[in-house]
Design a protein around this ligand. Sequence first.
Ligand SMILES: Nc1nc2c(c(=O)[nH]1)N[C@H]1C(S)=C(S)[C@@H](COP(=O)(O)O)O[C@H]1N2
Ligand SMILES: [Mo]
Length: 511
Amino acid sequence: MDEERRLTLPQAALTGLLALVAALGVGHLVAGFVGYTASPFVAVANFVIDHSPHAVVAWAERTLETWDKPVLKFGLAVVLVLFALLAGQLSRRKPLPGQVLVGVLGAAGVAAVFVRTDLGQIALLAPVLATVAGLVVFTRMHSFFRPRVFFDDREGEGPDRRKVLITGASVAAGAGVAALAGEIFGTRKNAAESRDAVGRLVVTRTAPPIPPDADFVKFGTPAYVTPSKDFYRIDTALVVPQVRTEDWSLKIHGMVDREVTYTYDDIRSRPLLERDVTLCCVSNEVGGPYISNARWIGIDLRDLLNEAGVKPGAEQMFATSVDGWTCGTPVEAALDPGRGAMLAIGMNDEPLPIEHGFPARIVIPGLYGYVSATKWVTDLEITTWQAREAYWLDRGWGREGPVKTQSRIDAPGSAVTSGKVVVSGIAWAQHTGVAKVEIRVDQGPWQETVLSAETSKDTWRMWWTEVDVAPGQHEVAVRATDRSGYTQTDRRVGTVPDGATGWHTVSVNAR
Ligand SMILES: Nc1nc2c(c(=O)[nH]1)N[C@H]1C(S)=C(S)[C@@H](COP(=O)(O)O)O[C@H]1N2
Ligand SMILES: [Mo]
């Protein structure tokens, strides 16, 4: 008789799944009001990102491109479904094991929201109410399915199909409507309109015009200025932060004479300047794609820091973005008049694209993005290295992140016709400048290449040359020498902790 008081497999599965959708639906609905990233689903996915190594985040962005985040969400959904099925199976007899599992999952959601720095305590309501919804639905469905041996004379018959269908469908539909409502409320604050409203940014000090020979696109190099849509993107944000100009402000505090706060209009109404700066990610492997160049529009960051008055003894500019990501930069790099650190509000003649930090970000020539380029920046704390540890530093990356002198081969591809072959690519040594680029075929002599016009020591340079290749397999290697006289080492080191080194080498098959 005890055997008959068990849920069938499909009943158990349905119980678990309905509890899951109810929890996610309610969580998403509440998150629509208390903060989108508080949705337990979003929070757990973000938690996964925050606990993935930088290289994995970068790898996912490259390999999966814009699909990296959908793939993560899908993977998480699969895991949750498996948990829901497990909860059902564990509870075929008594509801308690499944309830415990639902509770544990709920606790994971609560923890994921708790550790977020962009949310207040009220946001905990989302995962808490989600857990409650999950437990209620789980318990109700369980008792609904479980045959009532003692009080029901239709012993062993189970609930009728119609009732099951109606109950299941209404829970699922209710959850769907709740999730949709949460999505609508949670994303109603869209930054796109705000960005459109910014209009044209009037630049007082424009960057010098770009000479025609600043790139060798015709020989296979990238364009000197990377179109914003092609600019590489690296961040930990699962949902791109939506910050409207009217909601944005930048506070400078900590070891300063006076705390200052700037609004968007404060920044935009200053005389704006324009600077070409090449940005590069520390996770860029030798030959990798995480490097791009843009014309940034903004102001000198040091002007703002001087208005606040940086106190002696300050070491670190600790920047926080609206989504809680943090970044530590040496104060002297931010203050150095010769370096040209910017608070940027524009990129390539337009307000910053939302995924590149709208309304405002930091850009500092010569330092890798993870120690310099905070997007959606809202807070600058002037402090010591001791007092604060930034996001990636906390995860094993170096404190100082000067960009290493590097070069890359972009053309030709892996197959060519023997004879004269054009070889081209890029080289960079931000804030030092590229002096020379050489290539070598197999173990032959290094030969100097033609460099593109130098517009600034803070941007990449293109190079090209022509070599004679005999039929067969060849190895082409490149190395750059910067203006300090340093020639790239052939020693191959990985990206951790402070950037890869080694010569980019490609295999070419000449027919
Ligand atoms: N808020 C925020 N800013 C960030 C990051 C991030 O994860 N969150 N990533 C940094 C890293 S590692 C790099 S390389 C640059 C990349 O800037 P981009 O996406 O505009 O190319 O942004 C930096 N700024
Ligand atoms: Mo990066």
